[in-house]
Design a protein. Sequence first.
Length: 274
Amino acid sequence: MNWNNIPEIILLDYQQIKITVLDILFIALLVIITSVFLKLVKRLVRSRIVKSKLDRTKIYSVFSFFKYIIWIITVILILNTIGVKLTWLFAGSAALLVGIGLGLQKIFKDSLSGVLLLFEGSIKIKEVVEVDGIVGVVEKIGLRTSRIKTRDNIVMIIPNSRFIENIVINWSDTEQKTRFFVEVGVAYSSDVDKVRHILYDIVTSHKSILQYPKPFIRLHDFGDSALIFRVYFWTEQNFYIENIKSEMRFHIVEIFREQGVEIPFPQRDVYLKK
């Protein structure tokens, strides 16, 4: 056997696909070069982050997007090397590609949304956000999905398109102090001035509620069974606001019972006519 002819040995010859030993060597070399190149780029990116103190998450996510593009180009070169023409591949499997395209449509949309999030900087790591009624701290912004940890200490994986298409509240991007309210109903026979003073004392005594701006009480509405009061207050503890509201409600129930203020419930009187 002539060693010079080894690279020309055909390992596979099927229709338009022909693979020789030389092709295998070229593919292996191409994969090695791509891997080494990406490792060098990653090392360079890491050193740049350390020196310039850039946003680590944003840079790594952009690098991931760049890595996917490089590997796609590498796969195209490999297919071209073994004789697989992309035009022939597309024409021969059009129905399959349509199905794959529909399946990947959501993935591409989420990935594009991830790139937009990273470049816009509208949401950052460690910020408190609310999307679809879910409040949590952003732990990671990936290319396709992001991770947030909720108040229940549950980590949720959310597609990035949700942050682009839906209304998102960034609690960390607002002012440090934010206004909230707690609503309570009292009987129509109650002394409204007494109720107002009780509620004001309760809200001003809470340690997590700011004294400036001053809290205030509003007679919000005339309900079917009760006078509806709202206690408005400001706090900097946005992430734990539900705990603060709960503590206030416990305190309101306790003081109302001590002071004889009735919290009514819906009821009906039925009269039977003989």
